[in-house]
Design a protein around this ligand. Structure first.
Ligand SMILES: CC(C)(COP(=O)(O)OP(=O)(O)OC[C@H]1O[C@@H](n2cnc3c(N)ncnc32)[C@H](O)[C@@H]1OP(=O)(O)O)[C@@H](O)C(=O)NCCC(=O)NCCS
Length: 130
């Protein structure tokens, strides 16, 4: 997929990369980006499951380009697959570069969530009738 493609999925979180999120070289931490992706995709997972969800796995994470201070960071997520208790959610991060407005896909990964009850036990994800 080229960086000129459009984001896939719905916008689940949008924020600005701040100086506090950088490493010693001035680039944004990968861990901070993963945390935004996790927050955003968890919003979608909880909305779909209508239940508490936990992250069970994180797959195929790729960091394609650096994120810089001041960039607007937007996470797009979609439900790719619903299992019995799990949901597979690919997430893409796109930035709008500060000052230039250029849009670049910087990261993508796949998050897997499990719907759980109050005690943390997996529960079935109810599917909406077609
Ligand atoms: C998520 C959790 C409740 C699953 O419990 P479990 O006893 O392993 O449950 P199961 O074996 O029944 O698996 C539940 C679902 O997760 C899927 N799953 C489990 N481990 C997985 C993995 N490593 N990768 C992908 N899917 C996985 C199973 O395939 C199953 O999916 P399905 O019901 O749609 O078929 C438990 O592992 C847990 O609490 N983990 C910690 C979660 C957490 O703290 N997350 C935050 C980390 S920062």
């Amino acid at each position: 997929m080229s960086d000129t493609d459009q984001p896939k999925g719905e916008l689940v979180i949008q924020t600005i990369a701040m100086p506090k999120d950088t490493n010693r070289d001035g680039d944004i931490f990968g861990g901070w980006l993963i945390s935004q992706m996790d927050l955003g995709s968890a919003i979608l997972a909880a909305k779909v499951a209508k239940a508490r969800v936990v992250t069970v796995a994180l797959e195929a994470m790729s960091f394609l380009h650096p994120v810089r201070v001041g960039d607007t960071v937007a996470c797009y997520a979609r439900v790719e697959k619903i299992g019995r208790t799990s949901m597979t959610i690919p997430v893409e991060v796109w930035v709008t570069r500060y000052m230039t407005g250029e849009q670049v896909r910087v990261t993508h990964g796949v998050f897997i969530y499990v719907a759980v009850d109050r005690t943390g036990k997996p529960i079935p994800v109810k599917r909406e009738p077609a």
